[in-house]
Design a protein around this ligand. Structure first.
Ligand code: AMP
Length: 214
């Protein structure tokens, strides 16, 4: 099974990917996570990407498509892939088709997380994650059960993404509207798109996604 989770920043792609990994043993392929790891490690890709990411703009199609290709190369053929934050442009959608074909995979579903754009800034500026295990939280919607302690691993260290500030979020939304949303019609023509209400609570969204996969 190979699926794309599509939606603007803050739609819940990362949260739902983590659920799919846990429930189905699929592999989350998040180009945002890969790029953040490259920035942290100071690799040539990371050095190139950092300023672009901080501004909320898109890094080059070649860089992200190469990252995805390399990850799929390393992935066992019976492990399903969740594409999270990729593809984000028409050029990337074309590359993904080629990369999937090369690895003998086909795209089963594109799941669009539909959200109310006005609510997204609040969602994004409130989010944070465990610095140790990466578990995702939100100040009001999904706080740890015990304040300051990660539910998953007990760590007391948390972090926020530098690009989760209001100004950058608005640029990221505009990038989504101008460059990413236009890839949907191509997938719709292939009858593989299902729209899910991304404003519902986290468990309900997971339920809707599970219903699509079965
Ligand atoms: P994300 O974690 O998916 O919100 O991505 C964070 C940032 O990484 C984005 O704002 C972009 O600067 C960059 N990025 C992640 N994925 C892609 C992609 N597929 N194409 C271009 N830039 C990307």
């Amino acid at each position: 099974m190979n699926i794309i989770l599509l939606g603007p920043p803050g739609a819940g792609k990362g949260t739902q990917s983590a659920r799919l990994v846990e429930n189905h043993g699929m592999k989350q392929l998040s180009t945002g996570d890969m790029l953040r790891a490259a920035v942290k490690a100071g690799t040539p890709v990371g050095l190139k990407a950092k300023a672009v990411m901080d501004a909320g703009e898109l890094v080059s199609d070649e860089i992200v498509s190469e990252l995805i290709d390399a990850e799929l190369e390393a992935l066992g053929s019976d492990t399903g892939a969740i594409f999270d934050g990729y593809p984000r442009t028409e050029a990337q959608a074309g590359s993904l088709d080629e990369i999937l074909a090369k690895h003998g995979r086909t795209l089963d579903h594109v799941i669009e997380l539909a959200v109310d754009v006005d609510a997204l800034v609040e969602r994004i500026t409130g989010r944070f994650s465990c610095a140790e295990c990466g578990a995702l939280y939100h100040d009001t919607a999904n706080a740890p059960a015990k304040e300051g302690v990660c539910d998953s691993c007990g760590s007391t260290e948390f972090k926020r993404r530098p690009d989760d500030n209001e100004e950058t979020v608005r640029t990221r939304m505009e990038e989504y509207r101008a460059k990413t949303a236009p890839i949907l019609p191509g997938y719709e023509a292939r009858n593989i798109v299902t729209r899910v209400d991304g404003m519902a609570d986290i468990d309900a969204v997971t339920g809707s996604i599970e219903a699509i996969l079965t």
